[in-house]
Design a protein. Structure first.
Length: 261
């Protein structure tokens, strides 16, 4: 360890020792004094299920918990069909469904429409339909790229898929990952929700991010049991002198889970 590293570690240890220490027993006692209304929890869960389009789960949860959905659950069905089409790579069907529901959605959202057309191009390339991909890119996407530098950059990146083997790791292989379809499905789902005058983002992920941020702020002031992995929700008491939450190996799973939410 260099002198500078040793000095930084010593400073970190000194700062840690100067913090107030809250034991796990004391922390649990404080948490026990906080009342969380079960009805509020049920509303949060229902809000997430409805916005994300989990109709069957929302129906079962409503029966089991008694939570009343704020909207007609049948309205979720159309969004579920569109999402499923995107996740299967059937972009043309998704576009037809959206236009049947509300043609203004794509007419007034050029960025969303471009992303749908971009995904059609990705699916052509995935299936090895190279000539169709080139023709589609030239006729449908290139004119939009000329009008918008952002679209042009995305088009060029997509066309780069043709330079690599589909089974190899490449700088643009993420475009072929399931997460690419999922991202587009979420973008389209948000647009459908806004067209129905509904919230486009669930509250639960936002609360997790707020909790994570609050822990980062509190970590500067005291040492206390904290949640390092929200998927487990376990309180962990870090040894004295360790780095702040958000750094080191311990933060990877938590921050990733929150960002993905």
């Amino acid at each position: 360890m260099s002198n500078s590293q040793a000095s930084n570690q010593a400073a970190a240890n000194a700062a840690s020792l100067a913090k107030k220490v809250i034991s796990k027993d004391e922390w649990n006692a404080r948490l026990a004094e906080v009342h969380v209304d079960r009805e509020d929890l049920n509303k949060l869960i229902m809000n997430y299920l409805i916005i994300e389009g989990y109709k069957d789960a929302a129906e079962k949860f409503s029966l089991e918990s008694g939570a009343k959905p704020p909207v007609n659950l049948e309205s979720i069905q159309d969004r579920m069909i569109v999402r499923t089409s995107i996740q299967r790579g059937n972009i043309e069907e998704a576009i037809e469904r959206v236009n049947d529901l509300n043609p203004e959605i794509l007419d007034t959202n050029p960025k969303l429409f471009f992303h749908l057309q971009q995904q059609r191009l990705i699916e052509y390339i995935r299936e090895g339909r190279v000539m169709e991909a080139l023709e589609f890119a030239q006729e449908e996407l290139a004119p939009r790229g000329e009008e918008n530098p952002e679209f042009l950059s995305e088009l060029e990146r997509t066309m780069s898929l043709l330079a690599f083997d589909m089974n190899s790791t490449s700088p643009v292989s993420d475009l072929l990952a399931p997460a690419q379809r999922q991202k587009l499905a979420s973008e389209l789902n948000s647009a459908l929700l806004l067209s129905q005058s509904q919230e486009k983002d669930p509250k639960l992920p936002a609360l997790l991010k707020m909790c994570w941020y609050a822990q980062q702020q509190l970590d500067e002031r005291c040492t206390y049991p904290k949640i390092k992995d929200f998927t487990k929700a376990e309180l962990v008491m870090e040894p004295m002198g360790t780095g702040p939450i958000g750094g080191g190996n311990g933060s990877g799973s938590s921050s990733g889970a929150v960002a993905g939410a």
